[in-house]
Design a protein around this ligand. Structure first.
Ligand code: ATP
Ligand code: MG
Length: 415
C-alpha cells in the first residue's frame, strides 16, 4: 500500500484521483484486516493471543458478536512478534455440515512438510483423521522450533455435536502431548460453552479471548490512523459523529470514514467536517448488506397511515441496553417520549414491540425472558447502528437526541 503521507498536497486531477484510490484502499468495510499497522486497539486481546505462542499447552477461543473483528485479530496477532518465522499460520473456515474429519482435512490440505527433501503434502490430504491421536501424529512432523497455529474460523457454524466434542478432546489431548501446535477456535457466541461442548474439562488449557464491541477511543484510532496516511484532516465534531454512529462496530467506522473522505476528495477539499459526514451518510448505505435495508423497510412499512413503527424502532436503537444488547419496554419509554414529543408509556407501544418480533415485520427484534420481565434486542447487531443512521438521515431523530441517548458506551458480552 502506498503511503502518500500528510505532506502530500494534491494539485492536479491525477493527484486527487490518487488520493481517492488511497482512501478506497485504506478503509476496508468489506474485508478483514491483514496488516498489523491498520488494526486499531484490542491490545489486551492481542497480548492474550501472543502469550499462547510462548506458553506450553495453551490453546485459545476467540468469541464475540458478528462483525466485531474476530477474523481480523486472528489474522494479525502473530505479525511483528519476534521470531515469527517459526509461526506457521494455518487458516480454516468451518462450515455447517463439517464433521471432525472434514475440519482437520481442511487444515492438513494447507500444510506442506519437506522432510529429507521430500514433500509429504499428499499424504496428509489422504489421511483420515478420526481421533485426537491421528491429529497428534500429523502435527508431530513439525520440528520442536516450529509453532503451527491452526485457526478454525466460524467454528460456531459446525452443527455436529460429535465434531465439537472431539475438538474439545483434541485440545485437551494436545495440551498434554509433547508436540508444538496451537488451536484457535473462532466464532459468534455470547459465551464459550455455546461454541464447544465439554468445555469444563478444558477450561484450564483454553485461553478465552472475548471480543466486545470497540470503544469510542479504539474507533477514533481506526479512523485517524488511516487519515494520517493521507493529507486529509478531520474535525473533532466529524470524528465524534462517525465514532458514535458506529456503536462499537468497526464496519460502520470504515464505511462512514471512507464515505466522508470520498465526499471531501470529490469536493477537492482536504478537510472533513461534520457536514461532510452528513453528506456521506446516504453513501455508506451502499456498502451495507441489502438484506439489512430490506428488513428495515419491512419493519417500518406503513400499513396504516401515520403509524409509529419508525419512531418505535428508533427509540429501541437509542434505548439503554444491558451487556447483551437487551432492553425492556420501560427503557424505550424515555427515548420514545423524547422522539414523539409527548408522554409515551409502555402500553401505548407494546403492540409495536411485539409486532417487530414477527416475520410480518422482518423479525427485526427478538423477545426473551418471562412475562414479568420481557426483554427485547435487535436480532442482527448490525441493525442497531443502521436504524440510528437511517433515523437521523430521515429526521425521525435529531442530533441532539443522538447526543443525549446515543450508543456511546462499550458493551461487554458477560460470560
Ligand atoms: N481492530 C480493528 N481495526 C480496524 N478495523 C477493524 C478492526 N477489527 C475489525 N475491523 C474491520 O471490521 C470489519 C469486520 O471485521 P471482521 O470481519 O474481522 O469481523 P468478524 O468478527 O470476523 O465478523 P463476522 O462475525 O461477520 O465473521 C472489517 O471491515 C474489518 O476490516
Ligand atoms: Mg469473521
Amino acid at each position: 500500500m502506498s503511503n502518500m503521507g500528510a505532506g502530500f498536497r494534491p494539485a492536479t486531477t491525477d493527484d486527487w484521483m490518487a488520493l481517492r484510490a488511497e482512501v478506497l484502499e485504506l478503509f476496508t468495510p468489506g474485508a478483514p484486516i491483514d496488516e498489523v499497522t491498520l488494526f486499531a486497539g484490542r491490545q489486551s486481546q492481542i497480548q492474550k493471543l501472543r502469550d499462547t505462542l510462548v506458553s506450553k499447552g495453551r490453546h485459545a477461543v476467540v468469541f464475540g458478536e458478528k462483525g466485531v473483528g474476530k477474523t481480523s485479530i486472528v489474522s494479525i496477532f502473530h505479525l511483528g512478534v519476534t521470531r515469527t518465522s517459526r509461526v506457521h499460520r494455518i487458516y480454516v473456515q468451518c462450515s455447517k455440515r463439517d464433521e471432525y474429519k472434514d475440519i482437520w482435512i481442511k487444515a492438513f490440505k494447507r500444510i506442506k512438510f519437506i522432510i529429507d527433501g521430500n514433500e509429504i503434502f499428499g499424504d496428509l490430504v489422504n489421511s483420515n483423521p478420526q481421533s485426537p491421536d491421528d491429529v497428534e501424529m500429523v502435527l508431530s512432523y513439525f520440528g520442536q522450533n516450529d509453532i503451527p497455529v491452526i485457526i478454525f474460523d466460524e467454528f460456531d457454524r459446525v452443527v455436529s455435536e460429535d465434531a465439537k466434542a472431539l475438538m474439545s478432546e483434541t485440545i485437551k489431548h494436545l495440551s498434554n502431548a509433547p508436540i508444538p501446535g496451537i488451536i484457535i477456535l473462532v466464532g459468534v457466541a455470547g459465551s464459550v460453552p455455546q461454541l464447544i461442548s465439554h468445555h469444563h474439562s478444558i477450561s484450564r488449557t483454553l485461553v478465552q479471548v472475548e471480543m466486545p464491541r470497540m470503544t469510542v477511543d479504539e474507533l477514533r484510532e481506526l479512523v485517524t490512523s488511516r487519515l494520517q496516511r493521507t493529507p486529509l484532516k478531520i474535525s473533532d465534531d466529524a470524528l465524534w459523529r462517525i465514532t458514535h454512529l458506529a456503536s462499537g462496530l468497526p464496519f460502520y467506522a470504515h464505511a462512514l470514514g471512507q464515505a466522508a473522505a470520498l465526499v471531501a476528495v470529490e469536493g477537492k477539499t482536504l478537510n472533513i467536517t461534520e457536514s461532510t459526514v452528513e453528506k456521506a451518510i446516504p453513501r455508506c448505505f451502499a456498502d451495507l448488506d441489502q438484506s439489512l435495508i430490506d428488513a428495515y423497510v419491512k419493519a417500518t412499512v406503513e400499513t396504516r397511515k401515520g403509524n409509529i413503527f419508525k419512531q418505535v424502532l428508533a427509540a429501541c436503537a437509542l434505548a439503554e441496553q444491558d451487556d447483551l444488547g437487551r432492553f425492556a419496554a420501560a427503557d424505550v419509554e424515555t427515548t420514545l417520549t423524547e422522539i414523539m414529543g409527548r408522554e409515551m408509556k409502555a402500553p401505548a407501544f407494546s403492540f409495536h414491540l411485539n409486532d417487530l418480533c414477527t416475520s410480518e415485520r422482518g423479525l427485526i427484534l427478538e423477545k426473551t425472558g418471562t412475562r414479568s420481565h420481557f426483554r427485547f434486542r435487535f436480532r442482527e447487531p448490525m441493525m442497531q447502528p443502521f436504524v440510528i443512521i437511517k433515523s437521523l438521515s430521515t429526521e425521525v431523530i435529531d442530533l441532539d437526541q443522538l447526543q443525549r441517548f446515543g450508543p456511546s458506551r462499550q458493551r461487554s458480552l458477560g460470560i
